[in-house]
Write a protein that binds this ligand. Structure first.
Ligand code: 5CA
Length: 439
């Protein structure tokens, strides 16, 4: 992509209402544009990152054997009346009447909708388990939308749902998602700690939040710092195997967020020197809630005695749009964003320092073509700005590698490669450039 052809409305100053660094940087880097309180448009650079995260989440759901579907954003109120949540959800739910004056709502989550899909089609225990997910926009009329995309009113979530014959089977599904989440966050280059959590309006008795440590997080967290050392090779995890010992290695170490915190339990379970209190951002939340929805909505299957049996369910969320902010919170410096390679909007930022010099421009064009042809995604700064503007813009948007073309490229066929994170500069012969990036 050539910068002369790119919609990248970078700002010099961050807007005064942007309180935390990720919100400031997303605005300054032209990633989002506010539509109204807690509602944003995603501009090209922001959308690219959102899609990268979405894809990693999707790949890992698929790898765990979860089926992708797409449910609507607008749901009929009747389903929520069946489950009993229509009144409970209160003002956070956006309620809409259609032209026939039927009550509809903009989905804040999809337990009811997915239970309806399930009960229409699945009739026998032989067809269990069923694991379904979708990636869809949600609306919650949050009392205090803030921190940009971190606590929005409209936000993108991956939500998955499991249906099993009994509690024991349901725990197998829960463990699958638990491990799938560890792997997903590992691929996003985040250290997300699973913490025992309250279930709130979703319900149930077993729940974990996946939280990344961050001083701007909204959750107070208390945990055994041995959890930070937990490293597991998850690349080739086999989801058909029993995953309980892997899950237990996390569960047995004390980690809770504020609602569940109790000082006595903390002291009893964690050595003083290992007790860690911090703040964190909740990027995922999984729930096992048994028959809460299936009973109310009559989602039954025939068991192997030929009797009707109410299915056991769980739901599993990842805040995809929140993750964009959360990743920036954990990876930035005084110059701007520092993208982890897995989610960076581009692989390389190519800077032509002298657009008015025909030779240097032709060298830059050539490099752009070669790198692109080798499969790398390049953002090419071919704009006629001064070097200072170019460097600070490229630093701000945080692409992991910058390829800088200037006088030396003309006189000695040398370009500079800057590593955005370390700041290290390496001189590379132009002819060796594509192999330099072939890792
Ligand atoms: N139905 C369940 C699981 S699918 C559910 O809705 N869980 S949740 O309420 O915990 O939301 C799942 C994830 O969505 C959260 O962990 C968080 O990362 C994200 N999320 C929740 N509310 C917001 C919000 N207002 N803005 C951005 N992300 C949010």
């Amino acid at each position: 992509m050539r910068l002369t052809n790119y919609f990248l409305p970078v700002l010099k100053e961050s807007p005064s209402d942007a309180e935390i660094i990720s919100h400031q940087l997303m605005m300054r880097a032209g990633m989002i544009s506010q539509s109204s309180s807690g509602i944003y448009s995603w501009l090209p650079l922001g959308l690219k990152v959102l899609k990268k995260i979405e894809n990693i989440v999707r790949e890992e759901q698929d790898a765990a054997g979860v089926n992708e579907i797409l449910m609507p954003t607008i749901q009929p109120a009747d389903l929520w009346k069946e489950s009993g949540r229509y009144e409970d959800y209160g003002k956070e739910m956006l309620r809409i009447n259609d032209r026939q004056d039927r009550e509809m709502l903009y989905g804040p989550t999809n337990e009811e909708q997915v239970t309806d899909i399930f009960r229409r089609s699945i009739k026998s225990y032989k067809e269990l388990p069923q694991l379904l997910y979708h990636i869809q926009w949600k609306f919650r009329d949050e009392l205090r939308p803030r921190f940009g995309v971190m606590r929005g009113r409209e936000f993108l979530m991956k939500d998955a749902y499991s249906f099993d014959l009994d509690k024991q089977q349901s725990e197998i599904s829960y463990n699958k998602f638990f491990v799938c989440y560890l792997k997903t966050f590992q691929r996003l280059e985040l250290k997300a700690i699973p913490m025992s959590a309250e279930t709130g309006p979703i319900g149930g008795d077993l729940s974990h939040e996946f939280i990344i440590i961050s001083k701007t997080g909204e959750s107070d967290i208390f945990f055994d710092n041995k959890l930070l050392e937990q490293e597991n090779e998850l690349l080739n995890v086999d989801y058909s195997k029993d995953l309980s010992s892997l899950v237990n290695s996390y569960k047995e170490l004390y980690a809770v967020s504020d609602d569940k915190f109790n000082q006595d339990d903390f002291d009893k379970n964690v050595l003083k020197e290992n007790q860690t209190k911090s703040k964190g951002i909740e990027v995922g939340h999984i729930f096992s809630f048994g028959t809460k929805y299936s009973e109310a909505m009559k989602a039954n299957v025939l068991n192997n005695d030929g009797k009707q049996s109410t299915v056991f369910m769980g739901s599993y969320g990842i805040g995809i749009s929140r993750l964009v902010g959360a990743i920036i919170e954990s990876s930035n410096d005084e110059k701007g964003i520092v993208w982890p390679e897995s989610v960076s909007p581009y692989d390389i930022g190519l800077i032509n320092l002298k657009t008015k010099d025909d030779d240097i421009s032709s060298i830059s064009d050539d490099i752009y073509e070669k790198l692109s042809n080798s499969g790398l995604d390049v953002l090419y700064d071919d704009k006629n700005d001064n070097p200072g503007v170019k460097f600070s813009r490229m630093d701000l948007i945080g692409i992991p590698y910058q390829v800088i073309v200037g006088n030396k490229s003309k006189s000695e066929s040398i370009i500079e490669v800057k590593n955005r994170k370390s700041g290290d500069l390496t001189e590379v012969k132009i002819e060796n450039l594509t192999s330099f990036f072939q890792k």
